[in-house]
Design a protein around this ligand. Structure first.
Ligand code: G3H
Ligand code: 13P
Ligand code: ZN
Length: 345
């Protein structure tokens, strides 16, 4: 089966009350790790690439690696998603490269740092929806700004400033109606990267109540949780045990994500946990076998370690066992459906 529109996965997930992990990739081993986990758990998958990933791996390599994943796993529905598109141009180039879903992150200006106005966000998101939907491509938008900063992306908000940029549920209603986006990323106190919380998060800093209120107002909108790595202590410990230096930190507990899934969260973005698993495995090989210099000696365990963490998330989010049951809808068919759904002008 070819790459599928992400909207099909999210609609099916909503009908069956589960969430779908969206795992970031930069190279072949990460794609293989996700596909191993998907095969072993019979999960539909979302594989996503940031702008940095596209430039690191080069679009052509990435496209062919994704096509290889499709060819080798004909029974698994795979959506390919642009993570944090900073402008309509980035989203359009992703669509040209065969991505079946794009995120227009108009919560920030195109520098990926400066919080944008609501009007700017509506305008750029609307432009992307108008270009993507006729092609059957899914559009994720973001309202409110995540905390923190990672590899140059993010407004760097912390503390009270971050809390001031949480998603406003009333504005979310207006935004979804004004843009026609398929999925909405919400700011609820999470941030990208390994340093999210200084202690196990309580409801004051991880605002699951915002998710509940948005779901109450928009029961048919698919919500997306960014910055959803759980930063497991055991992965951090492996890195530190073998010479790394990650200070005490807390991520988003899996049970909070599961609560979100009960209240309309359908896509859960995870990158940091994969990075931690890979780095720990590589450090271990380097420490235990200082003579090793064949990249396969450390990339194989790295790939296996990432597959384990992805597998655990797929099971926890509930997508396991659903690969064969997702309706088969092509981009062309999805394009026709959007056309039929569009309000008459
Ligand atoms: O948006 C955050 C993801 O973890 C991607 O990070 O921009 O370093 O590839 P990146
Ligand atoms: P983490 O850094 O928590 O893995 O978040 C990834 C993410 O939100 C990608 O868009
Ligand atoms: Zn993100």
């Amino acid at each position: 089966m070819p790459l599928v529109p992400m909207r099909v996965l999210l609609d099916y997930a909503a009908e069956n009350d589960f969430g779908v992990g969206a795992f970031n990739v930069n190279n072949m081993e990460q794609i293989q790790a996700i596909m191993t986990a998907a095969r072993e758990t019979e999960s539909p998958v979302i594989i996503q690439a940031s702008r940095g990933a596209r430039s690191y791996s080069d679009d052509a390599y990435l496209r062919h690696l994704m096509l290889a994943a499709v060819e080798l796993n004909p029974d698994i529905p795979i959506a390919m998603h642009q993570d944090h598109g900073n402008s309509p141009a980035t989203c359009f180039s992703a669509i040209d490269q065969g991505f079946t879903s794009v995120m227009m992150d108009g919560s920030l200006m195109d520098d990926g740092k400066t919080p944008a106005s609501y009007e700017y966000n509506v305008d750029v998101t609307r432009q992307v929806v108008e270009a993507a939907h006729p092609k059957g491509v899914t559009v994720e938008a973001e309202l409110g700004c995540l905390g923190g900063i990672e590899d140059g992306h993010g407004a760097g908000l912390t503390g009270a400033e971050a809390l001031a940029h949480l998603t406003d549920p009333a504005q979310a209603e207006e935004f979804v109606a004004a843009t026609g986006c398929d999925a909405l990323a919400v700011a609820i106190g999470t941030s990208h990267g390994a340093y999210k919380f200084t202690k196990k998060p309580t409801g004051e800093v991880l605002r699951m109540d915002v998710i509940k209120e948005i779901h109450r107002r928009l029961p048919n909108t698919h919500m997306v949780m960014h910055g959803s790595s759980s930063v497991p202590r055991e992965l951090v410990d492996i890195i530190n045990q073998y010479g790394g230096l990650i200070s005490e930190t807390y991520g988003v507990p899996v049970e909070e994500i599961q609560l979100g899934i009960q209240h309309g969260v359908r896509k859960i973005n995870v990158d940091t946990d994969s990075r931690l698993a890979i780095t720990g495995a590589i450090r271990k090989v380097f420490a235990e076998k200082p003579g090793a210099f064949d990249p396969r000696d450390y990339l194989k365990p790295a790939r296996a370690a990432m597959a384990e963490v992805v597998k655990a998330r797929m099971i926890a989010f509930g997508q396991a066992g659903h690969a064969g049951k997702v309706p088969k809808v092509s981009l062309e068919e999805m394009g026709r459906r959007y056309h039929d759904m569009a309000p008459a002008r």
